[in-house]
Design a protein around this ligand. Structure first.
Ligand SMILES: [Zn+2]
Length: 247
């Protein structure tokens, strides 16, 4: 019986391999970045391009660039980031996800981030762990135009991997601000004051929340979101992002 089961498993594996090889032959897939032909076990990005990503893993429970940027403005407990926006390759990949609706690429990056984040969990004490995840909200008009909230996609991938809930729509963004890229830190902050509104105050009471964003630059959005939470008792926040900009 055991020999039969072993033979059956091997046959299923061989059929799966043959099917995926045939699919690859009939419908070849190419790496988004270097355009090389992908193997059957690769998705969207080849292993070489993944290895070349400018990874700047931040340990969840140690000091980080994110904490430094938010110093004196937002009392964050813990932080995590996977990449640094250092070269054209990573900028191209993240912008494709964010502005050109490349969801597959976004899911791939989110999965890489979630797996790496989870790998740090053996060092984290249970009282350091967050209760829920809040994706950085985007305004309804932007959501309608873009079709998705990139931070929600990252948050949901993280939630599946860590088995921690996403507090979806617990905070909304009321104002659709103009592009912030040409503004300095102070003007970005002035521009974002009062942007967010907490909808589910009771849900967030006494909770440790992980705020998830795609890219952190000056931290003005995180600060504005934090300000909107100040009327809630007993909350604390940690911050996580896919990539942090260079100083
Ligand atoms: Zn590649």
């Amino acid at each position: 019986m055991r020999t039969f089961t072993r033979c059956r498993t091997k046959t299923i594996q061989a059929v799966k391999l043959a099917t995926s090889t045939l699919q690859n032959f009939l419908y070849p897939k190419y790496c988004f970045e270097c355009k090389c032909l992908l193997n059957s076990f690769e998705e969207t990005l080849c292993l070489g391009c993944i290895q070349n990503l400018p990874v700047k893993k931040t340990n969840y429970n140690s000091y980080s660039d994110i904490k430094l940027r938010l110093w004196g403005r937002v009392p964050v407990k813990h932080t995590y980031s996977l990449l640094v926006l250092k070269n054209n390759s990573v900028k191209r990949i993240i912008y494709q996800f964010k502005y050109y609706n490349n969801i597959t690429l976004g899911l791939k990056l989110s999965q890489l981030m979630a797996e790496d984040f989870k790998s740090q969990f053996h060092q984290i004490k249970s009282n350091q762990l967050f209760d829920g995840i809040i994706p950085m909200p985007i305004h309804y008009n932007k959501l309608k135009k873009r079709g998705f909230n990139q931070s929600l996609l990252i948050a949901e991938t993280l939630s599946k991997e860590l088995n921690i809930p996403v507090y979806k729509n617990s905070i909304i963004k009321n104002r659709n601000e103009k592009s912030q890229t040409t503004l300095n830190s102070w003007k970005r902050w002035e521009n974002r004051k009062g942007d967010f509104e907490v909808i589910c105050k009771d849900l967030l009471k006494n909770k440790h929340i992980l705020i998830v964003d795609d890219i952190i630059t000056s931290g003005a959005s995180i600060e504005a979101l934090y300000q909107s939470l100040l009327s809630i008792s007993g909350f604390s926040i940690s911050v996580c992002c896919l990539a942090i900009s260079e100083n």
